[in-house]
Every structure is written in structure tokens, then in C-alpha cells.
Ligand binder design. Structure first.
Ligand code: ADP
Ligand code: MG
Length: 727
């Protein structure tokens, strides 16, 4: 266990203030605030590993603070150096430097190559990448097209940025050129405090792989053939800023908020880590991309140094105090760095460096350089294909997820249709309620032509089977795009705290699926052919992946079509349901208007019966009674129908009983009337003239016949209508 190395650097004052009443004084490794006449202000004094005053150079800082970490990285330790401080305090100056006084990054790169050239018993392979975190998005500074990259984690590679371009390099000049090209893509902006303020955090990453030269024959990957893989991060953070001072607005304001937020998370992580181990609980690495990427450097398997830059001016006194407080906390953080040796095939060097040596050995100097360049180019090409493939696999994964979501959506739609159709079926009085409990998919099979909703269950299955035939997806970390507070602390402790000496679980370089050469035939032609074949293989795989993507797109189009059809069905069903719901009310209205008409006709007819004692009057009364019973029964039943729960099957038999009873009553009234009418007409026959009697009888029978006919018509119309309504 070792503590993080923390230093403070005071930048030269930009303008000399006349009215200042305090100043920062540097004595050895101590910095304290003093009053103008020299007496120290109590409580504002801090001690660090190093404190550099305004006269120090980048070279001093490199020698005292960073050099050891760089050398350790060459020896297989992970290393991180980063600059922290308020905006315009000199972070970028410290990391990048100027032409007269190169910064830490330039010095580190030169030093790495110098050191590896001096190590004669090991072979090295160096890869570099350059990224920035801008507005909480990771962009590749070596390849502008690689934007919004995702952080993943697996046991083989540890925490890594998927799709980030890595370049294999073999001298410092090559790295400088790459850095220059990357610098162009970086986000800078003007604020009141810095004309060229860094608006993003940048991480320059060097992966150093090395292996001892004294191994056995080529291609013999014996257990002694251990590869060291270390990752060196050189980080230039964007500065924390007070909006009031930087005078930012619009885009700058938004950037400032993201910068401050991620620095706050960094502060939280340092605070948590500086608590004693017992009190230390959850470390919120996942709260920002910066802390997630720097996770190994903060309390993990890495040697880390922090240079905290401060501005000496009195107006920045609060920010300076804040930075010094952060530095004091960081000083208490301990890391557990160890040499990362891997025995797996994951190390790229293990395969590539052997091949270079084989070539050298075979060619014995002739054309070796030209061929080496060619090989380097081919390797870089392969690396790019690998990255491309990685990206495509990620896209496929995304596609798969959205496909699943669509499936879910379609299932929900089906359920909705089921619900609607059951509503409509209930409205129709159909007795299929039991079958509604079947699953939507079974339903779909059972219905046949009645309900033409397509079945979707088989499509995803078919897709999954095909997918698994083709390739296995990489193990992506469960880290979602948006941050969550759930850190996989167990895995993290296993990998980075060194409690378990499981070398496979250490942070290693990406696994490249490049096959090593067979040892028997190693002529340059053979090697070139081999590489070409490899490239062709990669292309073929790319084609397969593209095909699969196209198939997915086709399926997506099909799904959309089906979804549209479903939407149409749903709206039709909704309309039907609406009609069904309105039906009882409409019937009720019709019955009321029929009743009115019926009562009006009856009352008119009753008016012509004079004394009300004639047989016609009796018949009309009877019809009126029956009619009002019939109408009120109908009205009650209709209102019951609107509330389905009140409707019981008993209603049906009740209505039939009513029907029967009313018919019988009517029949008996008519029969009795006809009989009495016949008797009275026979009586009268003896007293009055024939012609006159004939008219009376004919007139009475005529009225009765009309009324009976009228009533039968009403019954004949309403009873079936009424029965339809009930059922
Ligand atoms: P930051 O990256 O912290 O926002 P910069 O590194 O861009 O700040 O520094 C702001 C300005 O101050 C730049 O013009 C830089 O050249 C200058 N500067 C910072 N530190 C020093 C130093 N130690 N010596 C000379 N100039 C410095
Ligand atoms: Mg800067």
C-alpha cells in the first residue's frame, strides 16, 4: 500500500495587485497564507510531498513528481498523473508545457522511449490513445468520427473505453505527431479568466507491453513467458470555475456546469477514499465518466501523482483554499500498485513482437526496415478492423435491445386488444367470457379468421436462434449509459486492491483476435499472405455482421407494419365498443317515444267510446293496462342492461312469464267481450229492425278487430325487439 503523491504548484502572478493584503508563501514542502507584513494566518498552512513556487519549471516538476511513475510504468506498474486546479491556474501549462519548457506529457513520452531503448533484455510494444470527456461524453481525439464512446468493464480488460482508437507507435516523434493531430480536435473556449480555456478533461493513455527476450524457441508460450502490461494515464483536467468570475453564458455555461459536476464527483471520490478504511463505504466512481475511467488510479492498482495548481492572486484566495483542501484529502488516499503480468494470450505483444523477431531473424538485416514498416502498417489496419468490429457488435447489441422493447410493446398492444374485444363481446351478450382468460398468444392461434391479429411469438425466437449460431457477443459490463450509484465493488476490489493474486483478473490490454504465425514457415511472402488472409477473414466477418444488421432492419420494418395494422384494429374496436355502450340509451329513447305515441293513440280512441261502458271501452282499458305494464317492464330492463352487473338470467324467464300472462289476459278479455256482444245483439234482434242491428254488431266487431290487430302489431314489434336488447 502506498499513498498518492501530491504536490502543489503556484503559477507566476498574471497581474501584480497593489491592494492585496495577503500572499501565499512557499517554504520547502509547505504553503501558507501570510499577512502583508509577514505574519502567518493561523489555520491556513498545508504540507505536501512537494510544493513548487512560481519559479519552478516543468522540468523540475517532471523530475521530482512524475519521473518515477513513468519509469514504474515501463516496469509494468499502472501509473496516472493528473493536474487539478481552478481554471487558468496552469494545469494545461504543466501537462503540455510550452516550446521552451515542454510539459509532463512530452517529457514522459521521450522518457519512455529512452528508457525502453536502454533495457536490452526486454522487448516492448507501445500503444497510445487520446480521448476527451466533453459535457459528460467521451470523444476520440485521434478519430473525430468516434464520438460518445461507452465505458465497459470485463475481467479480461478491466475498465475500458470501447471503440477508442489505439495507435501502435515505435518512437517519440510518432507520438508527438499524433498528439498534435489530437490537440486540434480538443474543445477550447474563451472565458474572462483564460483566453484558451480547456472545456474538457483529456486523457492521454499509453499502454506498455513488454516481455523478456531470453525465452525459448519462437511460438513457445510457456508459463515463463509472462507479459507485463501497464497502462499510463496522463490527465489534463478542465478547471473548476465560478460562473461569476469566468463570465460565461450559453454554451460556456453548460460546459462549466458539466465541468464542475464531474470535478465535484472527483472530490467526493477522494473524500470517500481518504476516510479511514472502516468508515469507507460505497465509492461513487460511477457518478461521472472521469472517475469511472480513473477508477484504477484512485484507490486502486496504480501509482498516482496529483499536481494541484493554484493562482497566487488574492482574488482567487477561496479557490486556492479549495484546491489545497482537495490536495490534503488526496494525500490520505492509498493505492495498491503491483506489476501486471499476464500469462494469457490477451497481450498483443506476445503475438506481434514474436513475429517481428522471427522476421528479423529470417531476413538477417536485408530489407528488414521496409518490411517492418509494412508489418506495422498491417497491424494498425488490423487494429482498426478490430475496433470497427467492436463498434458494430455494440450497435448490434443496441439493436437487439430495441427489438426486445418492440416485442414487449406489441405484447402490450395485444393485451389491450384482448381487453377491448372482451368489452365488445360482453356488450353483445356472448357467453365466451371464460375463453378470455387464455393467453393472448394462444388466443391468437385459436381465433382463426374471426380476429386476424398476427402472432408474434415465433419471430424473436427464430432471430435468437440465428444470432447464437453466428457469434457470441462480448461480455459487456452492466454499466448503463446513465450513471447509477451501484458500483460493482466486489469485482473492483478483486481486480484492483490486490487481495487476490488472480493475474487473469488484472487490468490487461484488449484481447486481439489475431492469430500468431505458425513457427514452421516464416518467410516474408508467407507472412504477407497470412496477413492478407487475416484481413479477408475480418472483412468476411464484417460482411456477416452487416448482413445481420440488414436483417434486423428488415424485421424492424415488418414490426412497424404490424404495429400500424394493430393500431387500425384497435381504433375499429374502440368505435364498436362506443356504439355498444351507446345502444341501451338509444333504445331507451326509442321506447319512450313509442310509449308516447301509443298513449296518444289510445287516449284518442278512448275519447270515441262515449260513456266508457261499451265493450270497446273495456277492451281499450285492458289494452291500456297491458301496454303500460309492457312499457314499464321494457324500460326497467333497458336501464338494467346499461348496468350489466344488475342483469341476471332470471330476467329472461320473468319477461316470458309477463308476455304469457299479458297475452292470456288479452285473449280472455277479447273472448268475454265477443260473447257478451253476441248475446246482446241477439236480444236486440227481436226489438229493433234488422238493418239497424246489423250495423251495431258490425261496428262493434269492426272496432274490436282493429284494436286486436293494433295490439298484436305492438306486441309483435316490441317483444322480439325487446328480446334482442336483453340478449
Ligand atoms: P488552466 O489549464 O489551468 O486553465 P493554463 O495552463 O491554460 O491554465 O494557464 C493559463 C495561462 O497562464 C496560460 O497563458 C499559461 O501560459 C500561463 N501559465 C500558467 N502557469 C504558468 C507557469 N508556471 N509559468 C508561466 N506561465 C504560466
Ligand atoms: Mg487547461
Amino acid at each position: 500500500m502506498e499513498k498518492i503523491c501530491v504536490a502543489v504548484r503556484v503559477r507566476p502572478p498574471i497581474c501584480h495587485e497593489n491592494s492585496s493584503s495577503t500572499f501565499w508563501r512557499v517554504d520547502d514542502n509547505q504553503i501558507s497564507l501570510h499577512k502583508l507584513h509577514g505574519s502567518p494566518i493561523s489555520g491556513v498552512s498545508y504540507t505536501f510531498d512537494h510544493v513548487f513556487d512560481e519559479n519552478c519549471s516543468n522540468s523540475d516538476i517532471y523530475e521530482l513528481l512524475t519521473k518515477d511513475i513513468i519509469h514504474a510504468a515501463v516496469d509494468g506498474f499502472n501509473g496516472t498523473a493528473f493536474a487539478y486546479g481552478q481554471t487558468s491556474s496552469g494545469k494545461t501549462f504543466t501537462m503540455n508545457g510550452s516550446s521552451n519548457d515542454p510539459g509532463i506529457i512530452h517529457r514522459a513520452v521521450n522518457d519512455i522511449f529512452q528508457k525502453i531503448n536502454m533495457i536490452s533484455d526486454r522487448e516492448f510494444l507501445i500503444r497510445v490513445s487520446y480521448m476527451e470527456i466533453y459535457n459528460e461524453e467521451i470523444n476520440d481525439l485521434f478519430a473525430v468520427e468516434n464520438q460518445k464512446l461507452q465505458i465497459h468493464e470485463n475481467l479480461e480488460r478491466g475498465i475500458f473505453v470501447a471503440g477508442l482508437r489505439e495507435e501502435i507507435v515505435n518512437n517519440a516523434e510518432q507520438v508527438m505527431k499524433l498528439l498534435e493531430s489530437g490537440e486540434v480536435n480538443r474543445h477550447f473556449g474563451e472565458t474572462n479568466m483564460n483566453a484558451r480555456s480547456s472545456r474538457s478533461h483529456t486523457i492521454f493513455r499509453v499502454v506498455i507491453e513488454s516481455k523478456g527476450k531470453d525465452t525459448g524457441s519462437f511460438g513457445d508460450y510457456s508459463s515463463s513467458d509472462a507479459i507485463r502490461v501497464s497502462v499510463l494515464n496522463l490527465v489534463d483536467l478542465a478547471g473548476s470555475e465560478r460562473i461569476a468570475k469566468t463570465g460565461t453564458g450559453g454554451v460556456r455555461l453548460k460546459e462549466g456546469k458539466y465541468i464542475n459536476k464531474s470535478l465535484m464527483v472527483l472530490g467526493n471520490v477522494i473524500n470517500k477514499l481518504s476516510d479511514s478504511a472502516k468508515r469507507r463505504a460505497h465509492i461513487p466512481y460511477r457518478d461521472s465518466k472521469l472517475t469511472r475511467i480513473l477508477q484504477p488510479a484512485l484507490g486502486g492498482n496504480a501509482k498516482t501523482s496529483i499536481i494541484c495548481t493554484v493562482a497566487p492572486e488574492e482574488i482567487h484566495i477561496e479557490e486556492t483554499k479549495g484546491t489545497l483542501l482537495f490536495a490534503s484529502r488526496a494525500k490520505r488516499v492509498t493505492n495498491c500498485a503491483q506489476v501486471n503480468e499476464v500469462l494469457t494470450d490477451a497481450a498483443l505483444l506476445k503475438r506481434q513482437k514474436l513475429e517481428i523477431e522471427e522476421l528479423r531473424w529470417k531476413l538477417q538485416g536485408s530489407h528488414a526496415e521496409v518490411l517492418e514498416q509494412e508489418i506495422l502498417k498491417l497491424r494498425n489496419d488490423m487494429l482498426k478492423y478490430e475496433l470497427e468490429r467492436e463498434k458494430l457488435e455494440m450497435e448490434l447489441e443496441k439493436e437487439r435491445r430495441s427489438h426486445k422493447e418492440r416485442d414487449q410493446y406489441i405484447k402490450e398492444q395485444l393485451m389491450m386488444i384482448e381487453n377491448l374485444s372482451s368489452l365488445v363481446s360482453d356488450g353483445d351478450g356472448s357467453s365466451s367470457q371464460g375463453s378470455m382468460k387464455e393467453s393472448p398468444i394462444e388466443e391468437c392461434h385459436n381465433r382463426g379468421d374471426d380476429f386476424k391479429t398476427p402472432c408474434f411469438k415465433t419471430a424473436p425466437k427464430a432471430f435468437v436462434a440465428k444470432r447464437s449460431n453466428y457469434s457470441q457477443l462480448p461480455d459487456f459490463s452492466p454499466l448503463p449509459d446513465s450513471f447509477s450509484d451501484v458500483a460493482d465493488e466486489d469485482t473492483w476490489f478483486k481486480i484492483n486492491k490486490g487481495y487476490i493474486a488472480d493475474l487473469d483478473s488484472l487490468q490487461t490490454t484488449p484481447a486481439r483476435k489475431v492469430q500468431s504465425f505458425p513457427p514452421e514457415d516464416v518467410t516474408p511472402n508467407y507472412l504477407n499472405k497470412k496477413y492478407k488472409k487475416e484481413l479477408q477473414n475480418l472483412k468476411r466477418r464484417l460482411e456477416l455482421v452487416t448482413e445481420e444488421k440488414n436483417e434486423l432492419q428488415r424485421k424492424l420494418a415488418e414490426d412497424i407494419e404490424v404495429k400500424d395494422r394493430l393500431k387500425g384494429d384497435i381504433s375499429k374496436l374502440k368505435q364498436e365498443a362506443l356504439l355498444a355502450r351507446e345502444m341501451p340509451q338509444r333504445l331507451c329513447d326509442s321506447v319512450t317515444s313509442f310509449k308516447d305515441t301509443y298513449e296518444e293513440v289510445l287516449s284518442k280512441m278512448q275519447r270515441y267510446t262515449f260513456d266508457g261502458k261499451s265493450s270497446t271501452a273495456k277492451l281499450l282499458r285492458c289494452i291500456s293496462e297491458i301496454g303500460s305494464i309492457l312499457f314499464s317492464t321494457m324500460e326497467t330492463s333497458i336501464s338494467n342492461t346499461t348496468d350489466r352487473h344488475k342483469l341476471s338470467s332470471g330476467n329472461d324467464s320473468l319477461i316470458q312469464e309477463y308476455n304469457k300472462m299479458l297475452s292470456e289476459k288479452l285473449k280472455s278479455t277479447i273472448t268475454s267481450l265477443i260473447l257478451s256482444e253476441t248475446a246482446s245483439s241477439e236480444d236486440k234482434q227481436t226489438k229493433t229492425s234488422c238493418s239497424c242491428n246489423f250495423e251495431v254488431v258490425a261496428s262493434s266487431r269492426y272496432h274490436v278487430s282493429i284494436l286486436v290487430l293494433f295490439f298484436v302489431m305492438i306486441l309483435g314489434y316490441f317483444v322480439p325487439f325487446f328480446r334482442t336488447l336483453i340478449f
